[in-house]
Design a protein around this ligand. Sequence first.
Ligand code: FAD
Ligand code: MLT
Ligand code: ZN
Length: 479
Amino acid sequence: MADSCQAPQGFLAAVREAVGPDHCLSDPDLKASYELDWTRRFGGPALVVVRPANTSEVAKVLAACNRFQVAVVPQGGNTGLVGGSVPRRGEAVLSVGRLNRVLSCDPDEGLIVAEAGTTLASAQAAAAGVHAELGIDIAARDSATLGGMVATNAGGIHVIRHGPMRARLGGIEAVLADGTVATRLSGLVKDNVGYDLAQIMAGSEGTLGVVTKVVLHLVPVPPFRVTALVGLRGTEHSPADPAASVRSVSEVAVALAIRLRRHVDGIDALELVYAEGMALVREVLGLPAPPDPGADAWLLVEASGGQDPTGMLAEAIEDSPGVTEAAVADDAGGRARLWAYRERHTEAIATLGVPHKLDLTLPMKALAEFAGAVRSEVSAALGGQVDTRVIMFGHVGDGNVHVNVIGPEPEDYRADDAVFRMVIRRGGSISAEHGVGVAKLDFVTAARSAGDLTVMRRVKDALDPSGILNPGVLLPPVA
Ligand code: FAD
Ligand code: MLT
Ligand code: ZN
């Protein structure tokens, strides 16, 4: 396999002919933004960056890669956080950025059909134009593409209501490694004729094919939507009420999240931020004080439906242990101001250095104990390295916590390994929503059974027998 920066003779001519010379980038300055990932932790030189304009050009590019045995990295918005979207060792990059048209958006069928390079924000705008929503949202919406979101099975802030990207998928068009175009775009809810192409591609991280079109189910815009940011503090022993339990703020937050999930209809989001992250976001972005500025953590809760959910929310929150103050908004501007404290964590953390982004799910019953133990485990793994910061936040409603470790060098995996071990011991997952990429490759064998891995390898071998699609991502080499 050709994976150094030396192209096999005839390859560049073949891809230039497929996409036109202007869309075949070899100049180092033009290639640079495709070669480094969002975190700045992963990347390497690209043999060439190829920018096809449509499915037929994608098919020609892949057929050329297959014929000349050139490894290829599919790339959408390059907002992925696990190093799967960038070259490592001189692979070609196939960017779907020019496949960016919304093809149809039909509220009666409840479907949107778009090319894979369409950004989430563009698709959301098209849906809003017919008074509908996608039921999926992430803070990288302006750059992340629908194809990339399928390939990573992106999650985000509405998973507890509408599921991750695979649950939103109504169909797909994808090009396989040899240039075969596989199409299943009907969008029918019931369609049991054989294997589900869309579901095979969901979460495949560019290792099985290049997604070129995506069909997503729409949901109607709810008449009422309310967002609340709730200050939380750990509860202490109270002489006045000796029976009251002492709880850490993580225990308080998890208990409240479970209570809201169980007792309030129409919960769209349950997100958690801690004091350290809140202070950083406010400092970096100049945000005003949140409710209870001295709280230990804040739960952001959003609910929507045909009835105003404010009363039900207030009732569930008000007399919950550890709740201090809350701010509530039901207008777009007010809601966006509350969301900023949560959504802008990623960019604020990036100002501290290159983060080790550890995206994990834990069973709800293990989450608070994990959150309490993670800092000391990281510190022990790093031998007490003093300039390390651990900033946590996440989608507490589905048990998904983002642990960001800043301090260790990018290639130093001691903290990553220690945290992944903690997660596996507690019955959690080492990748909740970001995927495996190259960042978690060493832990796939611990996280999946031997039989699971065999199935994954056989699917890969069947669809990409030459192994040209994103080699070194998702599937660890056979021992
Ligand atoms: P890329 O980064 O370009 O690629 C990601 C992977 O998909 C790579 O393996 C790549 O090879 C493959 N790929 C890309 N396009 C295709 C295609 N057309 N066909 C086949 N394979 C393809 N993720 C979440 O899940 N939830 C969040 O809440 C969330 N929030 C984020 C917030 C910020 C500020 C940032 C920077 C990132 C966030 N992410 C989140 C991570 C990221 O946005 C998602 O993983 C997203 O799905 C990546 O889309 P992309 O188009 O940028 O893909
Ligand atoms: C988020 O939930 O904001 C994202 O997954 C991004 C991140 O983990 O930084
Ligand atoms: Zn997330």
